[in-house]
Design a protein around this ligand. Sequence first.
Ligand code: NAP
Ligand code: G4F
Length: 375
Amino acid sequence: MKRALITGITGQDGVYLARFLLDKGYAVYGTFRRLSTPNFWRLQYLDIFDRVTLIPADIIDSSSIVEAIEVSEPDEIYHLAAQSYVGASFEQPVGTGEITGLGVTRLLEAVRQLNPKIKVYQASTSELFGNSGRPRQDEETPFAPTSPYAAAKLYGYWMAKMYREAYGLFTCNGILFNHESPVRGLEFVTRKISNNVAKIALGLQDSFALGNVEAKRDWGYAPEYVESMWLMLQRDQPGDFVVSTGETHSVREFTEHALRIAGLDWDKHVRTDPRFLRPLEVNYLCGDCARAAQVLGWTPKVRFAKLVEIMVGEDLRRWKAFAEGERFPWDAPSYPTEATLLTRLLNSDGARAKRRELRAAAKTWATVRPSARTP
Ligand code: NAP
Ligand code: G4F
C-alpha cells in the first residue's frame, strides 16, 4: 500500500486530495496546525475524518516537519500548506514569506536528509505570472509576481526546481490556476459571492460589496485539479505543469451568473467598496494546459457556468438546511457576521414564519439548483 503525506490537509485542496488518494487505496497522513479552536470541518464535510491519520505540525517549525515524515514514512509528499490568501499577504508579508516561501525549503531539506527517494509535489500558482501581458500563460511564460504571496511562491518554485537539479530530488511544481468549490474559504471571491447570493435569495440580507470586479481569472473545479497533482508524481521524470481551464471570466461575470441563478439583480444587490481593493492587482489570468493534457492526460471537465451553479446551489442548500434545524460541518457559523445572522434568524419571534418562508423559497430553488449535492 502506498503512503502519502499531505501538508495542509485541512484546506480546500487537502481534503479533496485526501479523498482522491483514499479512493486509490493509499494510506493517507496529513499535517494540521495546533489552533485554539480545531478546524476539521472540511474533513468531516467529505466524511473522511476517520480515514486519515493526522499529525500535528507547523510549517514554520522544522522539527515538526521531520517528525511528520518519520511518523508517516511517505512515498509521496504533497506540500499544500501555505498562507494562501493574496489579500492577507499584503497585511502579513513577513509571515507569508516564512510560511509560503521558507516553508518549502524546510520541507525539502527534511526530505533530502531523511529520504531523498520521496517524491514531492509543490503547490505553485498562476499568481507567479502576475501581469504578464500574454493572452495565455504556460510553462514558458516569464514570471512577474505582484504580491508578497506571489513572491513567496516564486521562491518556493525555484527551491523545488533547484533541489531537483542540485540533489536529484523528484520535485514537481504544479502551476495551478484558480480552482474553487463549496469548501473554498469564505474570504476568496467566488465563495464570498455564492454565500452572499444564497443569503440574499433566502431573504436574509439585502446586498454585499466587492472590490475590483473587472479582474479576470481562469476558474476551475478543485476536485478535478487534485488529480493533476497525483498524475505529476506518477511519472518517471519530475517536471513542472500548468493546470487550468483555458477560459477566463471577470469577477463581474461570476457575480452576474450567480445572481442570475437566484433570479436577482446586480443594481439592487451589489456594491463596490474600495476597502476590498489590493495595493497591487493581477488583472488577467488565462492558462494554457496543453503540456498537462499531452503528458499527463489531464483535462478539465467542469466549466465556468457549471462551477458557479455548484457553488451557489450548495450555499443555498446549507443556509436553508441550517435555518430548518439541520446541523452539519460548515464554516459560516464560525464567522461572527454569519453567526449573528443565524442566531437572529433562529431566535426571532417570527422564526417559525421565516422558516415557512424559507421552505417555500427553497422549493423554488430546488428547480434551479444542481440536482445532486455535489461538494
Ligand atoms: P487553503 O484552503 O487556504 O489551505 C491551506 C492549508 O495550509 C490549510 O490546511 C492551512 O491550515 C495550512 N497552513 C497554513 N499555514 C500553515 C502553517 N504555518 N503550518 C502548517 N499548515 C499551515 O488553500 P488551498 O486552496 O487548499 O490551496 C492549497 C495550496 O495550493 C496552497 O499552497 C495554495 O497557495 C496553493 N494554490 C491554490 C490555488 C487555488 O486556487 N486554490 C491555486 C494555486 C495554488 P489551517 O486549516 O490550520 O489554516
Ligand atoms: O478569490 P481571490 O482572493 O483569489 P486570488 O487572489 O486570485 O488568489 C487565489 O488564486 C491563486 C491562483 O491564481 C492562488 F494561488 C491563491 O492561493 C488563491 O487561491 O481573488 C480573485 C480576484 C482578485 O483579482 C481580487 O482582487 O477577485 C478580486 N476581488 C474583487 N472583489 C475580490 C473581491 N477578491 C476577494 N477575495 N474579495 C473581494 O471582495
